[in-house]
Design a binder for this molecule. Structure first.
Ligand code: PLP
Length: 379
């Protein structure tokens, strides 16, 4: 049976080097890293390198990063945590309409509790206009949160420009970098960031481990209170195997970033060219210089994306309609609607996302099978 995985933006396999790095911490070195004895302390070994690797990826100090259980937890920590810590300053938060639900939902949660939220729109290419963000600022604004790159269409946002506006207005600035981390260079200084969220399972690390960058002195109330781990920012026994795997994934992501960018870019072009050659009535939703190389959004005129996904699944090709968490719902994607697509167009759009183990042959085969399936469904 064919087995072509084109859903790397939903999650990546854990790379073998990361699995190897995790292995000792399940049994031989499985003490509690907060324990006073030396066995526990030895189990803590991966934490230092993990902080260092994250700091090299982001251009920050090692202790400005702490580990969480997911990108979702990192986003919730910032949004609810800043809202709580800054409630005497104001009650207004700005985010974009195309954020992942892990940002939108905590914002809606706060909205129900009396906070004001401005959801800034995106243009037809999925780009948030920094001027729109600026126009939304009020005296009550305490936080701006705009993602670094979108998870459905891959658009890389003008985060540095938005960050500069936030800094000029002395407003805290957060970016959800879950999709971009490991794929494009990130610098928290030139992007004027106070907070940044990442997740290991999007860059070949294990699931269940994320991280949050917090610029020194940026206020937030922790989400989890307890044993005071991570300098009180995130209580709970460290997930040492997860941290070890994430550290290795970050180390290799940094070393391989340029090569991967070039290789995935070539595979991307091959798949897109193959589809455009074989299948009329399709539109690639991209702005080449502003789109993450591994995410391809395509609208297939006259084809329902759920039917296409199911048909391709039977052929051993695994794709998605958009965010994995929206799977199962027939609702059109909020991202595509915000970009101005009609519900019909949005429901004819799929996301193909590429990664490390895709090959040239797979691109040829996928273009062939997807085109034939689309033509068959259209009949
Ligand atoms: N933010 C973005 C942009 C994402 O794409 C995802 C996952 O798809 C998340 C946040 C949530 O990350 P996690 O799965 O680690 O909770």
């Amino acid at each position: 049976m064919r087995n072509i995985y084109l859903d790397y933006a939903a999650t990546t396999p854990t790379r073998p080097e990361a699995i190897e790095a995790m292995q000792p911490y399940f049994f031989e070195l499985s003490g509690n890293p907060s324990a006073a004895h030396s066995y526990g302390q030895r189990s803590k070994a991966p934490v230092g390198p993990a902080h260092r690797n994250a700091s090299m990826m982001l251009n920050c100090a090692g202790d400005e990063v702490f580990f969480t259980a997911s990108g979702t937890e990192s986003n919730n920590t910032v949004i609810k945590g800043v809202a709580d810590a800054c409630r005497d300053k104001g009650n207004h938060i700005i985010c974009s309409q195309i954020e992942h639900s892990a940002v939108l939902e905590p914002c809606r949660y706060l909205e129900k509790r009396g906070y004001q939220i401005s959801f800034v729109r995106a243009d037809g290419t999925g780009l948030v206009d920094p001027e729109e963000v600026k126009k939304s600022i009020t005296r009550q604004t305490i936080l701006i949160s705009v993602m670094l790159a979108n998870n459905e269409v891959g658009t890389i946002q003008p985060v540095a420009e938005i960050g500069r506006i936030a800094r000029e207005h002395e407003i805290l600035f957060h970016t959800d970098a879950v999709q971009a981390f490991g794929h494009i260079p990130i610098d928290v200084d030139t992007m004027y960031l106070n907070f940044l969220s990442v997740s290991a399972h999007k860059c070949y690390g294990p699931k269940g481990i994320g991280a949050l960058y917090q610029r020194k002195g940026s206020p937030f109330t922790p989400l989890l209170h307890g044993g005071g781990q991570e300098r009180g920012r995130r209580s709970g026994t460290h997930n040492i195997p997860g941290i070890a795997g994430f550290a290795k994934a970050m180390e290799l992501a940094r070393l391989e970033m340029n090569d991967n960018h070039e290789r995935i870019g070539r595979l991307r072009q091959k798949l897109i060219t193959g589809l455009l050659d074989k299948c009329p009535g399709i539109r690639v939703n991209e702005t080449p210089e502003r789109t993450l190389r591994h995410i391809i959004s395509i609208t297939f005129k006259g084809v329902n994306n759920q039917e296409l996904l199911t048909a391709l699944d039977k052929e051993g090709i695994y794709i998605s309609r958009g965010a994995a968490c929206g799977a199962g719902s027939n609702k059109p994607s909020h991202v595509l609607l915000a970009m101005g697509m009609s519900p019909e167009e949005a429901n004819s759009t799929i996301r193909l996302s590429l990664g490390k183990w895709n090959t040239d042959d797979e691109m040829d085969e996928a273009a062939d099978v997807i085109s034939k399936t689309v033509l068959r469904l259209r009949k």
